[in-house]
Write a protein that binds this ligand. Structure first.
Ligand code: AMP
Length: 397
């Protein structure tokens, strides 16, 4: 369980509270196209308002690369947040984030009021965790609260550097929820514990596989990475995604799983295509029997049924990474079958951000999951067993 000081452990009455949120929302023509992250930030903001704090919000958006980019201004976020909160969120337009405008806006605040600073990545030092910008941010506040799980795996000024110059650094409700769910699922799961890993490459999931092999009862592998396992076992994979350099690693993982008594499931069959296109010709073949010129783009129906059955036996399921190229409808069935199996079970179901979260939401199963992480990279590093710098920087209870 999280042993960090939270917003429930601090008294912010009359104090200036700097809150690092994750307002990195997608925008098209100045309009927010998905406001999940804004909604997810509301409980902490409302709590601090209700407690009489002067609430100063900050966040990054996109990659302005250290200079002001009007299309990446947080101004539209302030407008939408005002509506969601039912009270004004004053936007402190300021090219240097903590410049004269921001300082004046903060100085004029009354208890319970809210100000939003400009995109922290307008400053080049932000992503380098530079001292000057960290100090500037800290100078605005009495207390710091980090509620941005999506950037917790990075050490930046606005989530890590700033904590060195404030007396109190706590975590917000969203951060706490993420860490409680992910932490409990991985370190204290109700068993059987099944993890499902997919996505494109073995190489990007190595540490996750290794860490999870020490924790799970069953590890299910799908997606592009399954073909490296199939090749390592002597199969033909055609022109499927393959990382030759990782074949030996794949064999080692199979051996490690056996030694640890972990069931490691690989696809039995695959939907293959003669082109990387939704309009390609397709067929279903057994694993390791992909003809030259064809590539595996999804798990096959027998595999989907096996994986769905396996999910039914679990009390805890963690899922990260699609089972195939789900962006193309003809190769989405495997990912959909897994999503449905998770939606139908009473087990604790945790979706580790990124593509799997998008797939679950797109299919309308979002509210059937126990927890969908708001951080793709951060949740992956969590599953790797790493300590996230953004979490580590908060004060212990
Ligand atoms: P990742 O970022 O590693 O989680 O990978 C996600 C991407 O993997 C998605 O965009 C999928 O389209 C892709 N992917 C999944 N299965 C395959 C496959 N069999 N061949 C190629 N790409 C795949």
């Amino acid at each position: 369980m999280l042993n960090k000081k939270s917003v429930d452990d601090i008294n912010v009455k009359g104090l200036k509270v700097l809150v690092r949120c994750d307002f990195n929302v997608p925008m098209v023509d100045g309009k927010i196209t998905d406001e999940n992250r804004l909604v997810a930030a509301l409980p902490t903001i409302k709590k601090l308002i209700a407690d009489g704090g002067k609430v100063i919000l900050c966040s990054h958006m996109g990659k302005p690369k250290g200079e002001p980019k009007p299309e990446l201004s947080l101004a539209p976020v302030a407008a939408r947040l005002s509506e969601l909160l039912g009270q004004e969120v004053k936007f402190a337009a300021d090219a240097t984030v903590v410049g004269e405008n921001a300082k004046a806006a903060v100085a004029a605040m009354n208890d319970g009021e809210v100000v939003l600073l400009e995109n922290t990545r307008y400053r080049a030092e932000e992503t380098k965790n530079g001292e000057a910008f960290s100090k500037e941010l800290a100078s605005l506040c009495d207390v710091f609260v980090n509620d941005a799980f999506g950037t917790a795996h990075r050490a930046h000024c606005s989530n890590v550097g700033v904590t060195e110059y404030v007396d109190t650094a706590a975590v917000g409700y969203l951060m706490q929820k993420e860490i409680d769910f992910l932490g409990n699922a991985v370190n204290n799961p109700e068993r059987p514990f099944v993890a499902i890993l997919g996505g494109s490459k073995v190489s990007s999931k190595i540490s996750v596989i290794e860490n999870l092999l020490d924790k799970v009862d069953t590890l299910i592998i799908g997606g592009g990475m399954a073909y490296t396992f199939a090749k390592a076992l002597g199969g033909n994979v055609g022109k499927s995604l393959l990382e030759e350099d990782y074949c030996e690693y794949a064999l080692n993982m199979l051996k490690k799983a056996e030694e640890k008594g972990v069931k490691l499931l690989l696809p039995l069959d695959n939907v293959i295509a003669d082109d990387f296109s939704n309009d390609a010709n397709t067929q279903v073949v057994a694993t390791g029997q992909i003809p030259e010129g064809w590539e595996g783009l999804d798990i096959g129906p027998k595999t989907a049924a096996l994986y769905a059955e396996t999910v039914k036996t679990a009390k805890t399921v963690v899922w990260n990474g699609p089972m195939g190229c789900f962006e193309m409808p003809n190769f989405a069935a495997g990912t959909e079958a897994v999503a449905k199996a998770l939606a139908d079970t009473d087990a604790v179901t945790i979706i580790g951000g990124g593509d799997s979260a998008a797939a679950v939401n797109q299919l309308g199963y979002g509210d059937k999951m126990t927890h969908i992480s708001t951080g793709g990279g951060a949740s992956l590093e969590f599953l790797e067993g790493k300590e996230l710098p953004g979490v580590a920087a908060a004060n212990d209870k």
